[in-house]
Design a protein around this ligand. Structure first.
Ligand code: PMP
Length: 402
């Protein structure tokens, strides 16, 4: 029972045992991760790479071991292709600035879907603005799935990059990224997949996906905040100029000029989040002991039970109906603002997210100020579902249609 590995579930919230259904915002951390971080600081803490002393060697080994773990987790051909970042947001910005600003020109197009998180929209807008390129949205269907026919209509020689999420954080839609990356490739465009919401549910194979860049955040994978990953095709990363300058990323520095370190260090300026990387490595080790397909099936069963029970509550409307959803129930309740639903649930110890979920274009598309989002992870239970449904019935009896 994985739940026992997560100490947070001992917490009482407003006098009730915690029902945590905000996993799309961040996942909880198992003891294995918490202990790995504490042990690192207790026994191995030093700065990495440059030290000649034993402790620095030890810290470097743990840090680089974590990179190897990420490399296998993503089935990367090489760990040189694993760049540590602060998270998905920084990874996308790295590509937008380093690749985008240096390769895009006036008239070029970047396609992003209507399902994107702001972090997969705004960096492209900033890069496009610098060079006179254009960010063009790929429409979604009423089910909140990417409209692949519309994508076909948009793909032409002007398109230089297609950026989509693997899973939508607002709706839960699992996007056919393999197909989308192939379509991009067919017109000579690159592809970037925002995997922030996927890694918490399954292991990713970047080679099978056929993407050019893949990004994720550790904190959505049972690891700490402040650490994440950019994976990129090696030839692309080799050709890209540094994003940030400083220590670690250089080979030699003089006032006549500076030469840069090799991959992956070229993109890792400054002292990295060593403990964060160690925590992420520990999370991947922990997950390797778990049957992830069984966990994903369990999450689907929880979602199915929720959808069925919620469909019987008058005035509760699910937003989007993707064929495949990664454990997310996004909905509105007639007569009750999403944040009021969220507050009422919180009084009962139930944590959900409310609002626009950093997807304002998608919310405007559905003409909504926001939704209530319940998002499941492997440690949730049918009891959590029952409590959510009871909480919604209570909200509905107070505010809903009569
Ligand atoms: N993309 C998606 C799909 C997300 O869900 C999130 C986090 N909500 C992000 C990007 C941004 O991740 P971070 O804030 O960890 O950089």
């Amino acid at each position: 029972m994985v739940r026992a590995d997560f100490p947070i579930f001992g917490e009482m919230i407003n006098g009730q045992p915690l029902v945590y259904l905000d996993n799309a915002a961040t996942t909880q951390k198992p003891n294995a991760v918490i202990d790995a971080i504490a042990n690192y600081y207790r026994h191995d803490n030093a700065n990495v790479h440059r030290g000649v002393h034993t402790l620095s060697d030890r810290a470097t080994r743990h840090f680089e071991d974590a990179r190897e773990r990420v490399s296998s987790f993503l089935n990367s051909p090489s760990s040189r292709q694993i760049i540590w970042t602060r998270g998905t947001t920084e990874a996308i910005n790295l590509v937008a600035y380093s690749w985008g600003v240096n390769n895009l020109k006036a008239g070029d197009r970047i396609l992003v879907s209507w399902l994107e998180h702001h972090s997969d929209i705004v960096p492209w807008q900033l890069a496009a603005e610098r060079v006179g390129a254009e960010v063009v949205p790929i429409p979604v269907t009423s089910n909140a799935e990417i409209d692949l026919n519309a994508l076909d209509g948009l793909l032409d020689e002007r398109v230089k990059l297609v950026a989509v999420n693997h899973v939508s954080n607002a709706i839960g839609t699992v996007n056919p990224v393999e197909e989308i990356c192939a379509k991009a490739r067919a017109v000579g465009a690159l592809s970037l997949v925002d995997g922030a919401q996927a890694v918490g549910h399954w292991d990713v194979d970047v080679q099978a996906l056929g993407c050019d860049f893949y990004c994720f955040s550790g904190h959505k994978l049972f690891a700490p905040t402040g650490v994440g990953v950019l994976w990129g095709r090696e030839d692309l990363l080799e050709a890209m100029p540094p994003f940030l300058g400083g220590g670690e990323m250089i080979e030699t520095v003089s006032f006549e000029g500076t030469s840069f370190n090799t991959l992956p260090f070229k993109f890792e300026a400054g002292t990295p989040n060593i403990a964060g990387a160690v925590g992420l490595g520990a999370a991947i080790d922990y997950l390797s002991l778990i049957d992830r397909s069984a966990a994903a099936a369990h999450e689907s069963a929880l979602l199915a039970a929720t959808l069925e029970a919620a469909s019987e509550i008058p005035g509760v409307h699910r937003i989007g109906a993707p064929k495949q959803s990664a454990g997310i129930f996004s909905f509105v309740m007639e007569g009750c603002h999403p944040s009021d639903v969220g507050m009422l649930l919180d009084e009962q110890g139930i944590a959900v997210r409310t609002g626009h979920h950093c997807t304002q274009p998608l919310m405007s598309h559905f003409e909504l100020p926001g939704t209530v989002r319940a998002s499941f992870s492997m440690y949730n239970t049918l009891d959590d579902v029952d409590k959510l449904i009871a909480g919604l019935k209570k909200a509905q009896s107070l505010f809903g249609p009569r």
